[in-house]
Ligand binder design. Structure first.
Ligand code: GLU
Length: 552
């Protein structure tokens, strides 16, 4: 077979050789140990939390080794693509502040010298490499129709073959003569380009950075490299792109492990150095119905989409922090030792990733987020709440931002101290959390705990109207509440009450609860002294009187 002639027949329009691209995309010349990673999504839907997880691993790996991370859009499957798929991915990363060194930065924009970073713009590169494979006798055109392939499959299913697909004796077009090919081309028959696999019954062993040594059977399938429209398959594009973009570490989901033999053969056929592979675990959850672990599903689980966290108002820091606890087993220890450090300072290590599935647990995320929010400054919280509400709750935004000094003071209650309160997990909770501070949101509810009678509550609230003073400091404020106890039949001393409960109606805690309920309609709030200072004298008096009325 005159392979050169065949290559010319199949790719008459290709006038470059792979060497041209070798020069165009030279070795990166990075320092020893620097890693080049990539995140390579297909724009087929929203950004999945597993995608954010993967991208974070890419970016952190590059950051920790002073390497390069880049974003490549894999849009070779036009059937599955959605219109704003690229924007959905980019916006997702923007929100979470995940920044790649190179690659696609927006719709039609990119940065870096190894582009284009969108596969649909790289047809010439793939076809140049494909042509060179044909020249070397390592690829051939296949004219089989969909029906013929379906028949082949049926035949294989009848037998007891362990492997199905286009290979060996099944590969009808493998040994077509040049004349046959020429006549098929002359008839205008569509063709795909297939790899002429050199695999047999041997094994390949590769060292997965996360999973260690993996042994698998060699690939024997004559995989499709270019589809009939000249667009590459994922496998072929992966080899060409990761070579010319000089990727050192292919970090991707574990669902790709089974394709590694194919990929290694492809890299070798092209004469490329095989990159290191790191297959990350899947993001799992416990199924509410069965109690079993399963993959997060786009269809069933709203939290599979990063938009869920954006809309719910989880700060990006919380989501990233939580993902890091899943990504590296030593992250939580590092966090305890460095409570206020930025996560970019975390010495990330791919080898410390677990190879089994990561359990995504919303309850844990909530806890992590409460911690993250608790150490934010009041100004930061104010800004974040205002920004979130502007988009997702404009009415509350108007209320919250009408008096920034007041609202900042509100969110500052029990904050900016060594033991901040950890109540808020997401910005959407703030409205309800502070509803008693805003007249427009407040609805009174004077339900009392069972151990306090309405008559006692009315007596406490009534007395307090005449007692409280906003001029008090916090100690005086509390001393005043204690002083009210005895005349009302309560004790200021909790220990004393516990020793002799029948001697009193209750203790100072109960008195405070009554005042709290009268002022906020809640049994539990942050520091009541601060709340009273925000409510102001008139409002306090009005609420106390109203409570007295309702209890009388
Ligand atoms: N486009 C592939 C996907 O979205 C990328 C796989 C890879 O990272 O190599 O699954």
């Amino acid at each position: 077979m005159d392979n050169k002639k065949l290559a010319g027949l199949l790719f008459p329009h290709i006038d470059k050789t792979p060497d041209y691209y070798e020069e165009l995309y030279p070795e990166r010349g990075l320092a020893e140990g620097a890693r080049v990673t990539r995140f390579a999504p297909s724009p087929t839907g929203y950004l999945h939390i597993g995608g954010l997880f993967g991208a974070l691993v890419d970016v952190l790996t590059a950051q920790a080794t002073k390497g390069v991370s880049y974003l490549r859009i894999e849009d070779t499957d036009k059937k599955r693509e959605i219109d704003d798929g690229v924007s959905a991915i980019i916006n997702g990363f923007d929100y979470f502040g995940v920044e790649f060194t190179e690659g696609v930065t927006g719709f039609g924009t990119e940065k870096g010298a190894y582009g284009p970073y969108t596969q649909s713009q790289r047809a010439e590169i793939y076809q140049t490499v494909a042509k060179s494979l044909v020249e070397k006798g390592l690829a051939y055109p296949c004219f089989c129709t969909a029906d013929e392939l379906a028949d082949l499959r049926k035949e294989q299913e009848k037998g007891d073959a362990l492997i199905w697909g286009y290979f060996g004796k099944w590969a009808k077009c493998r040994d077509l003569t040049l004349e046959q090919i020429e006549s098929n081309l002359a008839e205008g028959k569509p063709w795909v380009l297939r790899l002429r696999s050199g695999g047999s019954d041997g094994k390949i062993i590769f060292d997965d950075v996360i999973r260690g040594k993996i042994e698998m059977p060699e690939n024997i399938i004559d995989e499709v490299l270019l589809k009939s429209d000249g667009i590459p398959t994922y496998h072929f594009a992966h080899a060409c792109d990761d070579h010319f973009m000089r990727t050192t570490h292919v970090i991707r989901g574990e669902e790709w492990i089974s394709s590694v033999p194919k990929h290694i053969e492809l890299f070798k056929a092209c004469g490329y150095k095989v990159p290191k592979y790191a297959h990350t675990p899947q993001v799992l959850k416990i199924d509410e119905e069965t109690g079993d672990k399963r993959k997060l599903s786009k269809r069933k689980d709203p939290e599979a989409a990063v938009g869920y966290f954006v809309e719910g108002g989880f700060p990006k820091e919380s989501v990233l922090e939580y993902l890091l606890t899943l990504i590296n087993s030593n992250f939580e220890d590092w966090r305890r030792a460095n409570p206020r450090a930025d996560i970019s300072e975390f010495p990330f290590n791919l080898k410390k990733m677990s190879s089994s599935g990561c359990l995504f647990d919303l309850v844990k995320l909530n806890d992590v987020s409460k911690n993250v929010i608790s150490v934010m400054s009041a100004a930061q919280v104010y800004e974040n709440v205002a920004e979130w509400a502007k988009v997702y709750d404009p009415e509350f935004c108007a209320l919250f931002t009408a008096d920034p000094v007041f609202s900042t003071a509100a969110v500052n209650i029990d904050r900016e101290n060594p033991k901040p309160r950890k109540d808020i997990a997401k910005w959407s909770e703030v409205k309800d959390y502070f509803s008693y501070l805003y007249k427009e949101l407040y609805t009174a509810d004077y339900t009392l705990p069972e151990n306090i009678s309405k008559a006692d509550a009315a007596a406490i609230a009534e007395k307090y109207i005449g007692e409280f003073s906003l001029a008090d400091d916090k100690d005086q404020w509390f001393a005043r509440i204690k002083d009210m106890c005895e005349p009302l039949g309560f004790t200021p001393n909790v220990k004393e009450y516990k020793k002799n409960p029948d001697a009193f109606k209750g203790h100072v805690g109960d008195v405070s609860t009554v005042i709290r309920i009268a002022l906020t309609s809640r049994r539990n709030t942050p520091d009541l002294y601060s709340i009273m200072n925000l409510l102001g004298e008139n409002e306090i008096k009005a609420r106390l009187s109203e409570a007295v009325e309702s209890w009388k």
